[in-house]
Design a protein around this ligand. Structure first.
Ligand SMILES: Cc1ncc(COP(=O)(O)O)c(N)n1
Length: 345
């Protein structure tokens, strides 16, 4: 038997046709930017979690890195199991990414227990991370509880105050505000009540908060409609607050809202836009617009609810004709029943 090493294949020089117009060496010498890190749970089916985040990040032409915080088994039929990653391994992943590569924004998603939250807090402080965007993954659109009850206190006290942009759905916002202040928002009737919730959420510490309103229907006078029938025009409203001004995006209400991965894609898009150097409000407006385009492209009643992530996947594959971003309207705090002038055209 011939025990000598197999000879290495001979590397013939590239032919004239094969030579790239831009030499690879010139790519590798450029600093890697922009870069965005997602700190999130794994959804192996690719519709939510870090797999959805990385699709959105790539669709913005931003380089994505990831810290896995837990492994979930889920798909379009439901969430089946969750396995948290040990805290030291979460920190080591942070070290592996941030000690090596300059990172321009971090998106935080699912953190299921106190140990993972504390590991993330330590890493954010160690690396003095600035553009932190957080999606409060506490209860998903479909009602799955993703975060242990006793971890809420740690989220409120230690993590949320370190965040620049914080995104939440109305149910999660109520839980957080109740956990922080004891105040419950059980009987919300009007848009004014939503604004109060938004302001309470902002007081938890982020510079910007986004309250996603998919599940709440408003009539033309911005009253909450409990039994939404499609006989009257109904709206859903996403609300943004920066501590002085409330901004809103309104769009027609869709019943049977059954899409997952929208909040993951939204916050990963905000983080990507920040990594690209956009100011926070523009980053938020453009991300909301992008997710709306995704929702327009899909059948929201379909049971295969991975379609937000699928849209961002196709965005990274094809050039889409860009649409103008949606308007963020400013809203007078003293008169929340009247929509005012469009802002940020
Ligand atoms: C691992 C993981 N992270 C986050 C979500 C939230 O998904 P949604 O955007 O539907 O609220 C999820 N379902 N799974």
């Amino acid at each position: 038997m011939d025990s000598s090493c197999p000879s290495s294949p001979s590397l013939s020089p590239l032919s004239e046709d094969e030579v790239l117009t831009t030499p690879i060496s010139s790519f590798s010498q450029r600093p890697l930017r922009p870069v965005c890190l997602t700190v999130a749970g794994s959804d192996s089916s690719g519709g939510a979690g870090l797999q959805a985040d990385l699709k959105a990040i790539l669709a913005h032409k931003v380089y994505g890195m990831s810290v896995v915080t837990c492994i979930t088994s889920q798909n379009s039929t439901g969430l089946h199991d969750v396995f948290p990653i040990p805290a030291p391994l979460i920190e080591q992943q942070f070290n592996a990414c941030l000690a090596d590569v300059e990172c321009h924004a971090v998106k935080i998603g699912m953190l299921s227990d106190v140990d993972s939250i504390q590991a993330v807090v330590r890493a954010l402080d160690r690396y003095k991370v600035k553009n932190v965007v957080m999606d409060s993954v506490i209860v998903t659109n479909r009602g799955n509880v993703m975060c242990q009850k006793r971890a809420l206190r740690s989220l409120i006290r230690d993590l949320i105050p370190r965040v620049l942009v914080f995104g939440s759905n109305i149910m999660e916002a109520c839980l957080l505000v109740k956990g922080a202040t004891g105040r419950s928002f059980t009987s919300m009737r009007s848009f004014g009540d939503i604004c109060k919730l938004l302001e309470e959420l902002w007081k938890l510490g982020p510079k910007y908060v986004i309250l996603k309103g998919h599940h709440v229907a408003f009539d033309n006078r911005l009253r909450i409609v409990e039994n939404a029938s499609q006989r009257q025009p109904l709206w859903t409203i996403d609300t943004v607050y920066d501590g002085s001004q409330i901004y809103i995006v309104h769009k027609p209400y869709v019943s049977n809202y059954n899409v997952r991965g929208t909040s993951c894609s939204l916050t990963a898009s905000v983080a990507s836009n920040l990594a690209l150097g956009k100011p926070p409000l523009i980053a938020i407006r453009d991300a909301i617009s992008m997710v709306e385009i995704a929702l327009e492209h899909i059948d929201t009643t379909a049971s295969a609810s991975n379609k937000t992530a699928q849209f961002f996947f196709s965005l990274s594959q094809h050039e889409f004709k860009s649409k103008p971003p949606m308007h963020l309207y400013t809203m007078s705090k003293c008169d929340p029943d009247i929509l005012l002038r469009p802002a940020l055209r």
